[in-house]
Design a protein around this ligand. Structure first.
Ligand code: TRP
Length: 336
């Protein structure tokens, strides 16, 4: 098999929760251990400006996301781990790509379309009310992130598939004019990320406030698990796993053996309270080592900073010469 280049970005809004872990984070960390691939993971902090204008929250989230990835075992020697904002070439490429991006293509981006639809449903006379150019052109920045490092495979959630299509489109337009410069990337769909239910059974998400934080004290973790909604079947009554959020969460973190045994116990009538205790024990043992590491890292931002800067340095060994080549191609470069 060809050597793949895997790249993914994490927008630095909020504190990572269990849903992020079972979806993107765990998968990315596992693939980073595969020696056959090159991998690039980065904090998409410029992307977070689109949603968040609070500098303190952006800084805090960058710190927490970086600490989470490292605490969960990302190997920064095998992976290039960096902050988007430490690679100025990405923003230069972003501008160049703007000129290869049809505005009509951006009109179809669903984040933009849903903002317009919301204005329309509120009967606003201005359909673009409150929409920034950042939101509108967000997919171009994402294309620059991906194309800069010649990513061949990009693990993303369902909501990002359209952005990958746009990246391909933009890259093809550029290549059509200038030759095979950009690698046309493929999306790898992260199926698990869309299905982890939260405490109330809806998708686990920061915006529904129904999430289980990844790193909190054991006591708090137990409290969160106890809040997971179950039905009113009594202890001793057989419980189906078909519509149990508790079971779905267990399954997302347990091994196959653990999950099968949990399933059997529920069929045999395990009480919901005891089932929650089992899920808590599983999560607590899974997370306790990383939790200690996380708190150690959070207290030492300068260590995280130097890891990220080291990643940026390695990334720039590629981005600086590549951008220079692209600039020459479009006619922006040395006059001599
Ligand atoms: N937009 C992505 C998200 O919200 C984050 C992101 C930014 C990204 N740049 C990327 C993901 C490049 C993959 C590749 O999830």
């Amino acid at each position: 098999m060809d050597r793949r280049t895997i790249l993914t970005g994490i927008t630095t809004t909020g504190t990572p929760h269990l849903g992020n872990y079972t979806g993107a984070i765990n998968q990315a960390i596992q693939s980073s251990k595969n020696e056959e691939h090159n991998s690039f993971f980065f904090l998409a902090d410029y992307h977070s400006l689109i949603k968040n204008k609070n500098p303190e929250e952006i800084r805090q989230s960058s710190l927490e996301v970086a600490a989470t990835w490292i605490a969960l075992g990302l190997d920064t020697k095998k992976t290039v781990f960096y902050r988007q904002s430490d690679i100025p070439e990405i923003l230069e490429l972003n501008w160049i790509l703007n000129n290869f991006t049809a505005k009509g293509l951006m009109n179809r981006a669903h984040a933009y379309k849903s903002a317009v639809n919301e204005n329309k449903s509120n009967n606003d006379s201005e359909p673009d009310k409150g929409i920034t150019m950042g939101l509108f052109s967000y997919p171009v920045l994402m294309a620059a992130d991906i194309l800069m490092f010649k990513a061949s495979h990009v693990p993303v959630g369902q909501d990002q598939i359209q952005h990958l299509e746009m990246t391909r489109d933009i890259a093809q337009r550029f290549n059509h004019l200038h030759g095979e410069i950009f690698v046309i990337p493929e999306a790898i769909l992260n199926k698990k990320s869309s299905v982890l239910p939260g405490l109330d059974g809806r998708k686990m998400s920061k915006s529904y406030n129904n999430f289980i934080p990844l790193f909190c004290s054991s006591d708090d973790l137990r409290k969160f698990v106890m809040k997971i909604k179950t039905n009113s079947l009594e202890p001793g009554e057989p419980k189906s796993t078909d519509d149990s959020h508790l079971y779905d969460i267990y399954k997302a973190v347990g091994t196959n053996d653990q999950t099968n045994s949990f399933k059997n116990k529920l069929h045999e009538g395990l009480a919901w309270g005891d089932a929650k205790e089992e899920l808590f024990e599983l999560l607590d043992s899974l997370l306790s080592d990383s939790r200690n590491e996380y708190y150690r890292l959070i207290k030492d931002p300068s260590h995280l900073n130097s890891l990220l800067l080291n990643g940026a340095q390695r990334a720039r060994e590629l981005s600086v010469p590549f951008l220079s080549k692209i600039r020459q191609l479009v006619g922006i470069g040395s006059l001599s």
